[in-house]
Design a binder for this molecule. Structure first.
Ligand SMILES: Nc1ncnc2c1ncn2[C@@H]1O[C@H](COP(=O)(O)OP(=O)(O)O)[C@@H](O)[C@H]1O
Ligand SMILES: [Mg+2]
Length: 274
């Protein structure tokens, strides 16, 4: 069930070749597939259904934003889809391999090799340098560290001259760019970002969004980003709208105005039915 990735065995070429083939046939497995994923917190009177049979499929090499009111289940969706939490029921598949159902150790291994994360608060280790933070996922996955690759990745996010700095010597925007380098370095199937620009000024936010876009367009990654900001969402190829733990809409080629307009009415019918 838990396939080894091509990258683990042979480095980058295998993965790149496969991606090209996938594009050629048009019959590729979706990078991410959720089938009837449900998650309830608490029990009895205090039970909250955070996700209610969510089914979705995201093609490889796409950038998707997830939006919805506070408490609509966005973070829970991300946690379950990324294997950080387990759904109560339903299936999560990454590149056609089922992630749900294995042991904790298998899930951890799978996650380390296939999934990248970017969090609102960066989650860098203050005692490590920029370069050390970036290679950490490779070390955790017991994969080879190519120094040149690490430098290349940090240069791509504009931090080629900051390898020896520590996070507290960097601005918020720079820290988030380290987090993006850290997410890219394992060449994961899917990168999940939860409000990655939530703590940033407008200009740093734009840099981060462009880097996430590049991760998709240049490096062929698949990115799923939770955001409440229509400007951030407009960088994505499509937006999924959540309300009350359910998918209630999708918008392709989102514009700032269209997203803001839609967001104002998301959950109206859920509220009307309540
Ligand atoms: N650990 C938890 N324990 C209890 N309830 C939770 C927990 N995490 C989330 N919830 C509840 O689940 C619902 C969805 O939460 P969340 O996924 O964080 O929504 P969002 O990210 O859209 O704001 C909310 O009602 C929230 O209060
Ligand atoms: Mg949230």
């Amino acid at each position: 069930m838990f396939r080894r990735t091509g990258t683990e065995r042979t480095g980058r070429t295998d993965r790149t070749d496969r991606r090209v083939q996938d594009h050629g046939t048009g019959a590729a497995e979706p990078a991410l597939r959720l089938v009837k994923v449900s998650k309830t917190y608490g029990s009895d009177d205090s039970a909250v259904t955070a996700l209610d049979e969510v089914t979705l499929s995201l093609a490889s090499g796409t950038f998707t934003a997830v939006m919805g009111p506070s408490g609509s289940g966005k973070s829970t969706l991300l946690q379950c889809a990324a294997g950080l939490d387990r759904p109560d029921s339903g299936i999560v598949m990454v590149d056609g391999a089922e992630m749900t159902g294995g042991t904790e150790a298998e899930l951890t291994k799978f996650r380390r090799n296939r999934i990248g994360f970017v969090f609102q608060q960066y989650n860098l280790l203050d005692t490590l340098t920029v370069a050390q933070n970036t290679v950490l996922p490779l070390k955790l996955a017991r994969r080879r560290v190519h120094r040149g690759r690490v430098r290349e990745t940090l240069t791509a996010v504009g931090l080629g001259d900051r390898l020896g700095h520590r996070p507290d010597q960097l601005s918020g925007g720079q820290r988030q760019r380290v987090a993006i380098a850290r997410a890219l370095v394992t060449e994961p199937s899917v990168i999940f970002a939860d409000e990655p620009t939530g703590a940033l000024d407008t200009r740093s936010a734009r840099d981060v969004l462009r880097l996430l876009q590049d991760a998709v367009r240049v490096h062929g990654r698949t990115v799923v980003m939770v955001t409440h900001d229509p400007v951030a969402a407009s960088y994505a190829d499509s937006v999924l709208f959540l309300a009350d733990g359910r998918l209630v809409g999708e918008m392709r080629r989102p514009t700032v105005d269209a997203v803001a307009e839609r967001l104002a009415h998301v959950g109206d019918d859920v509220m009307a039915g309540a």
